[in-house]
Design a protein around this ligand. Structure first.
Ligand code: B4P
Length: 191
């Protein structure tokens, strides 16, 4: 089983590149952002709780996202590998993921970390906000809060995987296809 984490700040292209990677490698895509937005769209109690955090640019509580990932892993017993997109985002989520994968005798094969400057992130997310209908993309203050939350709680998650030599940094600025090719080369070296 090949399990990949696509990592990076908000707007770094995780969702964009995930779509291309799952088409090429047949990973099962698990995006906590997409799972949360689906709960919001269905107006479930979990979705209503999550929306409060997302609208402020804050991370949703760990127990909520860990529960979602645990159910998604159980629901896909035959997957050849998972692409985790936007998860783990805290040290507690990284530890929980480790335990969940250990139960299946597996681990993380590689973390691909996209690097993008803050001004480019803000520019991309504001642009997406013009058409996406995502409330967390329309307000620059909320976008900057998401980036600050990334530096406060998420960036250090890469250090956790670095100690096991699992991290490959990839420049996340340039053409979408150029970035995709760089991600594929890093994967192919470890497949
Ligand atoms: P996510 O849904 O994970 O999304 P994101 O970080 O905003 O964006 P992503 O990096 O996927 O960017 P994309 O490819 O779309 O998170 C949203 C919220 O959900 C979080 O703030 C948090 O509240 C909550 N959440 C999710 N997971 C959580 C967790 N594990 N724990 C707690 N809370 C959690 O790209 C952005 C834009 O850039 C797009 O418009 C795209 O077209 C454009 N773009 C992409 N690549 C480009 C390129 N090379 N050049 C130019 N533009 C590009």
């Amino acid at each position: 089983m090949f399990n990949l984490i696509l990592f990076g700040p908000p707007g770094s292209g995780k969702g964009t590149q995930s779509e291309k990677l799952i088409a090429k490698y047949d990973f099962k895509h698990l995006s906590t952002g997409d799972l949360l937005r689906s709960e919001i769209a269905h107006e479930t109690p979990l979705g209503l709780e999550a929306q409060n955090f997302m609208d402020k640019g804050q991370l949703v509580p760990d127990e909520v996202v860990i529960g979602m990932i645990s159910s998604a892993l159980d629901a896909n017993p035959d997957a050849k590998g998972f692409l985790f997109d936007g998860f783990p985002r805290t040290a507690a989520q990284a530890e929980a993921l480790n335990k969940l994968l250990e139960l299946k005798d597996h681990g993380i094969s590689i973390m691909l970390a996209l690097e993008v400057s803050e001004e480019e992130l803000v520019r991309r997310l504001l642009k997406r906000g013009e058409t996406s209908g995502r409330t967390d993309d329309t307000n620059e203050k909320v976008i900057r809060a998401r980036i600050a939350e990334y530096h406060r709680k998420t960036a250090a998650v890469a250090d956790y995987y670095r100690q096991f030599d699992k991290v490959e940094m990839v420049k996340g600025e340039g053409t979408i296809d150029g970035i995709f090719n760089a991600l594929c080369s890093a994967i192919d070296k470890r497949l």
